[in-house]
Design a protein around this ligand. Structure first.
Ligand code: HEM
Length: 466
């Protein structure tokens, strides 16, 4: 069997005698004095059945019985440590800092790979028809790992900044048109988390995907857009938040009344206690603004109009779920979900911090020169450090709608009990409702609504009986 293979601009002839199969994915290629580890995908010309054949039939190209796993070959260090090819060395004379430049980028790409691996596994868990609490714990664990890696990536910029702009200039021209803009994994990461296509800043009036021409890259990008993003999966999960559709506790109605009461109290207090007329006026203005802001979520039509305009992203139901979790996060079963929401915001913040650190470094290194990828450089990158690239912006904005603890409506007995159970399967909304225990709590919502009746004394402390 003879196959042609191009590697590092060389045309090698691979014979089964030279190649030793490691497993179904990789093979060792012994070429002269060099040993190369190649993946089956890299060697698109190589018969994909080669490894399968060698292991199953024991014909030529059989598995190397002398092959012994050790630190070096397990980590494929031949492959990794021979991949720092300095263009300056090839073309002229080695520029010391190019080594750091290459290693830093490679380290980023490796960590991007790990993050994608974690995000994929989290997305897969979210896609399960039933998401048990044990899985939520695993999701939390993996997302905190992602956040820690991102933290490292944010800080890693400092190391590259030890290179001076003059050092960079010494080899920058040799980078030709190579640019971080061509990082496929970075785009996959953005897409899989859920950066909106419509929010992206256009790059030279072109779609970012234009820089990827290999069919497998294009396919990976397409898949990353077609498959549900972390955002979309979270949204569906939040829509199933237990407590959103229970008879004993009409969360939305109770919340609405509590908000009204809180705002009324604020207004009343400012009217009664403030003697300075201008301060009083500004407090009244503040009240009006707050009321308007709350109306934008309390009124579903207004909320949906904001979604249509692109000012909000999450469905109204998911938003209610997130608010319920945030207000009652000390309930045992809302503990993990609230940590999850907080982790997703961490991830968003860290991505923004990375964009910011990167653009600061770019300005320091190249000022306002155009990028090697052809963009305006600093100007383009600066425009990406904005809320439009934040995926979980709705969660950040959630804090606007939190009300003081004393005004949060107490949960009904049955819901409190439901939320204290540690093992629970999320059920579709309808069955959730029909399966709810009938313990005479159906009238509790009514009682609470009466307690919150605004016709009564607005200053009366809100008391609920459980
Ligand atoms: C001296 C260091 C660096 C300079 C001067 C630099 C410069 C630039 C510039 C000018 C762009 C805009 C596209 C272009 O026109 O080329 C860009 C984009 C990018 N760079 Fe860097 N970069 C540096 C280091 C890094 C590192 C260490 C990474 C890590 C992976 C990285 C990843 C990226 C990514 C992912 C983009 C695309 C960002 C986006 O479109 O939102 N860069 N870089």
């Amino acid at each position: 069997m003879k196959k042609k293979q191009t590697l590092a601009n060389e045309c090698l002839t691979i014979t089964t005698a030279d190649a030793k199969c490691l497993n179904g994915k990789f093979f060792l290629l012994v070429d002269g004095g060099r040993t190369l580890v190649m993946s089956m995908t890299e060697s698109s010309d190589v018969d994909k059945g080669f490894c399968a054949m060698s292991t199953s039939t024991g014909q030529s190209g059989k598995e190397d019985e002398t092959y012994e796993l050790n630190y070096h070959n397990y980590l494929m260090l031949d492959h990794i440590l021979s991949s720092q090819v300095m263009q300056s060395e090839l073309k002229d004379k080695a520029v010391h800092d190019e080594h750091l430049f290459i290693v830093t980028h490679q380290a980023y790409e490796l960590w991007f790979k790990q993050i994608l691996y974690e995000i994929d596994s989290v997305r897969n868990m979210f896609m399960l028809p039933v998401l048990e609490e044990t899985k939520t714990l695993l999701i939390l664990n993996r997302l905190s790992r992602v956040a820690l890696i991102l933290k490292l990536l944010v800080d890693q910029v400092d190391i590259l900044e030890t290179m001076t702009p003059l050092d960079f200039l010494e080899f920058r021209l040799q980078l030709s048109s190579a640019s971080g803009f061509q990082s496929l994994q970075f785009r996959l990461l953005e897409n899989k988390i859920g950066v909106l296509e419509s929010s992206r800043v256009k790059y030279n009036q072109q779609h970012y995907a234009k820089v990827f021409s290999k069919p497998e890259q294009v396919k990976m990008l397409e898949d990353s857009l077609e498959q549900p993003s972390l955002f979309q999966l979270l949204e569906k999960w939040l829509e199933r938040t237990p407590g959103l559709a229970v008879k004993s506790f009409n969360f939305w109605e109770l919340y609405k009344r509590s908000v009204d009461r809180w705002l009324q109290d604020m207004l009343q207090q400012s009217a009664q206690n403030e003697t300075d007329e201008s301060v009083k006026q500004s407090l009244i203005e503040e009240y009006k603004k707050q009321k308007e802001s709350f109306e934008s979520i309390l009124d579903e039509e207004k909320y949906n109009a904001a979604v249509a305009r692109g000012d909000r992203r999450m469905s109204h139901l998911a938003f209610k779920g997130a608010l319920l979790i945030s207000l009652y996060h000390d309930q045992p079963r809302f503990n993990q979900p609230s940590k999850l929401l907080s982790l997703l915001m961490d991830i968003d913040s860290l991505m923004t911090k990375w964009r910011y650190n990167h653009v600061m470094m770019v300005q320091r290194m190249i000022g306002s020169k155009v990028g090697t990828g052809g963009s305006s450089g600093y100007q383009y990158l600066r425009s990406t450090v904005s809320d439009r690239y934040k995926v979980f912006l709705d969660l950040f904005n959630m804090s606007t709608y939190l009300i003081p603890r004393g005004y949060i409506p107490p949960l009904s007995r049955s819901l409190k009990r439901q939320l204290s159970i540690l093992i629970h399967e999320y059920m579709p909304r309808d069955s959730d409702e029909s399966n709810e225990e009938s313990d005479g709590c159906e009238n509790e919502t009514e009682e609470r609504l009466q307690d919150l009746n605004l016709n009564g004394d607005t200053h009366k402390a809100i008391k609920f009986t459980l």
